[in-house]
Write a protein that binds this ligand. Structure first.
Ligand SMILES: [Zn+2]
Ligand SMILES: [Zn+2]
Length: 229
């Protein structure tokens, strides 16, 4: 059983409907899931509204599903505005697409994300600095260790900065298709591969579950209306 808090569906550039991704994930042992499709001002309303419908539906299978977003390639000076708008529209988890080594993400994106306490996870932050990791700790922004091949090149560095700063970490897949979903054991091995101990890997799983629990007891997800017979 694990929590997967970074995935993509047909609502952006993933392969599956949100509900099919949820089905594939639950069969793979994922108990807590977040849809986090790429968003900017262009598609924010649609992604949040449509994601919420399948998130609610998927909970029929006994999983907890958050309708989130991944704020992606937004100009640094406008990131806070898009994060705030996502929250106001009811986004249940906010991920920011960090400065991965494999894409020309604008410099300053990591800093904007770790300075904003409304951000839950800074995804694949590449060559994050110690100062940024310390701000992530202070503002409760989790730093991501990723199993995605294009983004995992800096995992060891991210893990070291997070360790030194005492910042929380999570392991995510950034899944764009069913083949990207992983088991808890594989997630544990990704964490070990980043240089983390068994205890730290276990801590990361707890961090992810804690993020979901926090959202469902106090956050937007708790207020989601469910129509049940
Ligand atoms: Zn993508
Ligand atoms: Zn992503």
């Amino acid at each position: 059983m694990r929590a997967e808090l970074h995935t993509h569906t047909l609502l952006s550039d993933g392969e599956l409907l949100p509900i099919e991704l949820a089905r594939r994930a639950v069969v793979k042992g994922t108990k807590y899931l977040a849809f986090t499709d790429h968003v900017s001002l262009s598609n924010l309303e649609r992604v949040v509204a449509e994601g919420r419908r399948d998130a609610e539906l998927a909970e029929e299978w006994g999983m907890k599903v958050l309708a989130g977003v991944e704020v992606t390639h937004v100009p640094v000076r406008r990131i806070d505005e898009v994060v705030l708008k996502a929250r106001r529209l009811g986004a249940e988890l906010v991920v920011v697409h960090g400065e991965t080594l494999s894409e020309p993400v604008e410099k300053g994106t990591n800093m904007a994300a770790v300075l904003n306490p409304e951000v839950d996870i800074l995804a694949h932050p590449g060559l994050i600095t110690l100062e940024e990791a310390q701000l992530a700790r202070d503002n409760g922004v989790a730093l991501e260790i990723t199993s995605r091949s294009s983004h995992c090149k800096a995992n060891g560095h991210v893990a070291r900065m997070a360790q030194q700063a005492g910042a929380p970490m999570v392991v995510n897949t950034d899944a764009h298709g069913p083949g990207d979903l992983i088991s808890r054991d594989f997630a544990r091995r990704v964490a070990r591969g980043a240089g983390l101990t068994e205890a730290e890997a276990a801590r990361m799983f707890r961090n992810a579950e804690e993020i979901v629990r926090k959202k469902t007891t106090t956050g937007a997800a708790g207020g989601r209306s469910r129509k049940r017979g």
